[in-house]
Ligand binder design. Structure first.
Ligand code: GLU
Length: 316
């Protein structure tokens, strides 16, 4: 009997330089698999053609290497045989998977404008989430497949069930999400043909053999959408672990616009061990913020020592 390889992944969108929050996710993902003797995969999530740039993915790779977070598989030029590892090159794979879901009669085309969606959702979600009210959902599902013309128009939405999806996050514990009230029927493909993150991420994690998904806690509840899709496509769901978001001194979640926390600035002022030590102390992985290398931290990593706060304020 062969034992399946334990595999984690980091899946950055190459839309700019990484900030400390992105580094926190990459670090915990790397530590979690390396502490279990597993492999780490790097996937470039460049689905959005307007915002993704190859030069950003090359800089992200350089920053990861500088931090000591080497990957075993994937990357812009793809090490390994489960690629391509850039989502922009995987359209055919997504198209085949979508056809299976369409054939099961679980999708429909939606032509609502953003303004219509905003107007029809009630009440508005306080966290900025948009819940699709199902305006374009046909009365009877399971009808004919969309023809070529219909395929090209409108957003392809997936019908979601009105029931709880349960999972246990490595840091945040038991979660229960009803997709009907959390997001409603969600998009698998944009009207302009661009693949939706939710579809691509599930197909890629399944086909690339990922057993553990670790990323920022802003995506905690998206895991329920993904677990539903893994089931529909007949794949086992991976384990999930989410990492608290890092905020700036004003308590606002870091974005790629926070230049002072971007790797470009951090590399001018700190050594890799200093950045990792600071993050490890802040996340609760170590009791001090003393400099430490990623490799050394892996020998003492445990999810149990991490603090599950929703946000962590870091002042540097
Ligand atoms: N591409 C996403 C991001 O950069 C991460 C998605 C994921 O890890 O599932 O925020």
């Amino acid at each position: 009997m062969t034992t399946a390889v334990h595999k984690g992944r980091f899946a950055p969108s190459p839309t700019g330089r990484m900030h400390l929050g992105n580094v926190a996710s990459a670090l915990v993902s790397w530590l979690s698999v390396k502490s279990r003797g597993g492999k780490w995969l790097l996937r470039i999530e460049d689905l959005d053609p307007d915002r993704s740039r190859r030069e950003h993915s090359l800089i992200i790779e350089d920053d990861l290497r500088w931090l000591g977070l080497e990957w075993d598989e994937g990357g812009t030029d793809g090490i390994g045989y489960l690629g391509p590892y850039s989502q922009s090159e995987r359209g055919q794979i997504y198209s085949e998977a979508l056809s299976k879901i369409e054939a099961a009669g679980l999708t429909y085309k939606c032509t609502c404008t953003r303004a219509e969606i905003m107007a029809s959702q009630a009440p508005h979600e306080s966290d900025g989430r948009v819940v699709y009210a199902g305006t374009c959902r046909p009365q009877r599902l399971g009808g004919s497949l969309p023809n070529e013309d219909e395929r090209r128009h409108g957003v392809t939405r997936l019908v979601v069930p009105d029931r709880e999806i349960r999972f246990c996050d490595k840091l945040y514990g038991n979660q229960s999400v009803n997709l009907a009230s959390h997001c409603g029927d969600f998009a698998l493909r944009r009207a302009d043909g661009v693949w939706a993150y939710q579809l691509a991420v599930v197909i890629d994690d399944a086909l690339m053999g990922v057993t553990e998904v670790v990323r920022g806690s802003d995506l905690l509840l998206s895991s329920a959408q993904q677990i539903y899709l893994f089931g529909l496509l007949g794949y086992p769901a991976p384990e999930f672990g989410h990492v608290p978001l890092i905020c700036n001194s004003r308590g606002i979640r870091l974005s790629k616009r926070d230049q002072s926390m971007s790797m470009g600035e951090l590399r001018k002022q700190y050594k890799p061990e200093e950045i990792i030590g600071m993050l490890a102390g802040t996340l609760g992985l170590t009791s001090t913020e003393k400099p430490i290398s990623a490799a050394e931290l892996a020998t003492q990593f445990s999810w149990a020592s991490m603090k599950p706060g929703a946000k962590i304020r870091l002042e540097i």
